[in-house]
Design a protein around this ligand. Structure first.
Ligand code: 3UK
Length: 569
């Protein structure tokens, strides 16, 4: 294990004890913001591995070291680690870049425990930056390149982020965010290069780095999850959590080998993508194809060209891929994972018919870090999500938390080695964690054989093409347009995307509805928040349903839509 690097810093190191192991090893974090803003221990979920073999990790643990340095130490330095359409990065090259970035961050003043915002599409440079942050004892906050100024500023403020590493092409929105979030002092821009050279930004920084000896329960990552309230919630995960997801879902369900070549679409900013396209391949000493932009055709081409063996994506993409699949040679493909939203039985069957492969469905969440219910191979029951992944326990319960009998629909709750810890959000924490169980917000039923079947959400969250979209956030964005007097947003079923965002809009007095105005409102939302959130459907209405106390009734709009569908069916 690497040594703790002694850093001189004006801030005094405040050692914190390792609460879970009880060992009196001091935390490596000099900046204690994350540790101090963990929820109080009594509001954490129960965290332990249920029947998954050993999930015990040493007290001193740096996930980056385990996933990256270990592979080089054990002789895999020259093995391919990251593939792109323009070249191959070996484990050694990724390590050297990560070390240079880590030295760069330290030279800019980063101390262990500080947060670093990352902004890029899936590229080897982003992977190197992510490892650099963890190696330097920092906390990685990876963000999606589609996010706009106000979303980035909200994150920087919430997680008190001073540093950013950003691909130059995505810098405009981030620079603007610095104005609303002055806490974001140091934005470092890098170029994604295609050649084999080391960019000028990094040449002055050594390819060797003395890793910070973080504790297994030092925060390694902050991931934002969109809730139903419109305000982003930040979940915190420890170094050990990053390994625990590899040693549960990946080890027991996916079972990758060093020869595997992973590929897929989810961004590394989404923990589905982080696990599937970075942590799992590297824990197995395998190789991952990172594609900056992914379409159905692009992914199929990539699978054929790079002979990928494992694919991670959301149901929407499997749906568009199976129609194009006959034009490609997909013989290399061995395993396909789907998550983010319900996998329709029709998509499962069509993919099976086309490729001979049974898609491994799995439900995961940002709060739980990765997948906790799933099944693979012969264990798959088509249409069901699966059974609790070894290490996790799941139940379907009633409002009072009592387990329900087989085939009764209720709330899905789960516990295991990973779980929900919101940053500075005691209200949300109390709602999400009850009696030590994580309340996922999903409606499920369990059949007599213990398989879990998805039945919908318990709240207003819209799930579209795997993206989670808050109705309140879209309403707030629309209200910013001068012609909008009032609005309400719901999700309506869509064959293609699971659900789409639909907005009901009441216009200001003199304004008349038109297709042109509809497009204008859509473009307006896209300019304010991440474009994928825009309302694909807009209906102009004279008024909206309210309760007697003036509360907007989205449920009545949903009901109206249901009736419209059934009368037109
Ligand atoms: C829904 C599913 C039915 C469900 C995620 C894998 O999606 C992920 O995280 P999010 O925080 O959303 C969580 C919510 O998404 N969902 C996810 N998977 C399924 N619904 N079937 C599924 N297979 O409502 C859940 O509560 O965005 C998925 C790994 C990591 C993740 N973060």
């Amino acid at each position: 294990m690497s040594n703790t690097r002694q850093k001189s810093s004006s801030k005094p190191a405040r050692p914190a004890l390792n609460e879970d192991t009880g060992l009196s090893v001091p935390s490596a974090h000099v900046d204690t913001f994350a540790r101090e803003h963990l929820p109080p221990k009594e509001s954490w979920p129960v965290m332990k591995g249920y029947s998954a073999g050993s999930l015990e990790y040493p007290a001193v643990l740096n996930a980056a070291v385990e996933l990256l340095d270990r592979n080089v130490e054990s002789g895999s330095g020259s093995t391919a680690c990251v593939l792109t359409d323009s070249g191959v990065w070996s484990y050694q090259r990724l390590l050297e870049f990560a070390n240079r970035f880590a030295n760069l961050l330290v030279s800019q003043g980063l101390v262990p425990g500080e947060r670093v915002l990352l902004r890029d599409t899936n590229t080897p440079m982003l992977a190197a930056c992510w490892f650099a942050v963890l190696k330097a004892g920092g906390i990685a906050v990876t963000t999606m390149p589609q996010l706009r100024t106000q979303e980035l500023a909200a994150m920087a403020l919430k997680a008190r982020i001073k540093y950013a590493l950003c691909a130059r092409e995505y810098s405009a929105e981030l620079s603007k965010a610095q104005q609303t979030a002055p806490v974001l002092e140091k934005v470092i821009l890098y170029d994604n290069l295609s050649g084999a050279d080391v960019p000028a930004l990094l040449t002055g920084h050594s390819a060797e780095f003395t890793n910070i000896a973080t504790l297994q329960d030092d925060v390694a990552l902050i991931a934002f999850s969109s809730g139903t309230t419109g305000e982003p919630k930040a979940t915190m995960h420890f170094h050990r959590d990053l390994l625990a997801v590899c040693d549960t879902f990946s080890k027991h369900i996916l079972k990758p080998q060093a020869q595997d070549i992973f590929c897929g679409s989810p961004p590394l900013a989404f923990t589905f993508g982080l696990g599937g396209l970075l942590l799992f391949p590297m824990r197995a000493g395998a190789c991952t194809l990172l594609l900056p932009k992914v379409s159905a055709e692009g992914l199929l081409q990539a699978i054929e060209r790079h002979r990928c063996t494992i694919c991670f994506t959301a149901p929407t993409l499997y749906r568009s891929m199976f129609e194009l699949a006959p034009r490609f040679n997909l013989a290399s493909l061995k395993k396909c994972v789907s998550a983010g939203e319900r996998l329709p039985l029709a998509v499962f069957e069509a993919w099976h018919k086309e490729t001979g492969l049974r898609i491994i469905d799995g439900i995961g969440s940002t709060e739980m870090l990765h997948i906790f219910i799933s099944a693979a191979g012969d264990d798959i029951r088509p249409g069901a999500t699966g059974k609790p992944v070894p290490g996790y326990e799941a139940r379907v319960v009633d409002e009072a938390g009592r387990p329900l009998t087989a085939n009764t629909v209720g709330r899905l709750v789960v516990r295991g080695p990973t779980g929900c810890r919101y940053l500075q959000a005691p209200e949300h924490q109390r709602k999400y964690v009850q009696d030590g169980w994580n309340m996922t917000g999903d409606l499920y039923r369990m059949d007599a054989d213990g398989y879990f079947w998805y039945e919908g959400r318990t709240d207003d969250l819209i799930v579209s093409a795997g993206y989670k979209i808050s109705a309140v956030e879209i309403e707030a964005a629309l209200m910013g347009h001068p012609n909008v007097a009032e609005c309400a947003v719901i999700g309506v079923p869509s064959e293609e995307r699971g659900e789409i965002v639909k907005a009901f809009v009441v216009l200001q007095g003199e304004i008349t509805a038109s297709d042109q105005l509809r497009r204008e409102l859509q473009d307006y939302v896209k300019s304010q928040i991440a474009p994928y959130k825009y309302p694909r459907a807009i209906e102009f209405v004279a008024e909206l349903p309210h309760t007697s106390t003036g509360k907007l009734q989205r449920s009545r709009l949903r009901e109206q839509e249901r009736q419209k569908r059934s009368s037109s069916a």
